[in-house]
Design a protein around this ligand. Structure first.
Ligand code: SF4
Ligand code: SF4
Length: 146
């Protein structure tokens, strides 16, 4: 998808915030593959092809059921306004693929709708997916993950 045929209003994005599953990132993943996918504009970041100067930040959901997401995002929003006078519509929150998809770490997050509602309360837009592993896609299509 190019920035011109964007259908989810992410064409205004100047800041990408990735929310990661705490069960994965607190123990195993430093988030580097998501950052790499963002830089290469692959997976859930394909929509940003041709769009430069987008900032990137990532943080964990804080653990089930993801209650800290709202507090973290409110804090982010407050600082965005106070320090840069930027409105929420420049921010797109990506729920990472370890939240949105079943994979070898576990199933799709059972609290995803709750997390989306929290993002919605902040006025930030919310989309699914970050890095998408080709191997995991193969396993999903073969029905190897629940
Ligand atoms: S709430 Fe979802 S994303 Fe967060 S730790 Fe639990 S399973 Fe992972
Ligand atoms: S999607 Fe993969 S690389 Fe990104 S935070 Fe989750 S486990 Fe790490």
């Amino acid at each position: 998808m190019s920035s011109t045929d964007n259908t989810d209003n992410t064409e205004n994005t100047r800041i990408v915030l990735v929310v990661q599953c705490a069960q994965v990132t607190d123990q195993v993943c430093p988030g580097c593959l998501c950052e790499h996918a963002f830089t290469a504009r692959t997976g859930g970041f394909t929509r940003y092809h041709g769009m430069e100067n987008i900032r990137y930040n990532a943080f964990s959901c804080g653990g089930c059921p993801g209650r800290p997401v709202l507090r973290k995002l409110i804090n982010y929003k407050r600082n965005l306004k106070k320090r840069e006078n930027l409105s929420p519509d420049v921010v797109t929150v990506h729920l990472s693929s370890c939240i949105t998809k079943s994979n070898h770490h576990g199933p799709r997050c059972p609290h995803i709708d709750y997390i989306k509602r929290q993002v919605g309360e902040t006025g930030f837009r919310c989309v699914e997916d970050s890095r998408i592993s080709a191997k995991s896609e193969e396993h999903r299509q073969a029905g190897r993950y629940s």
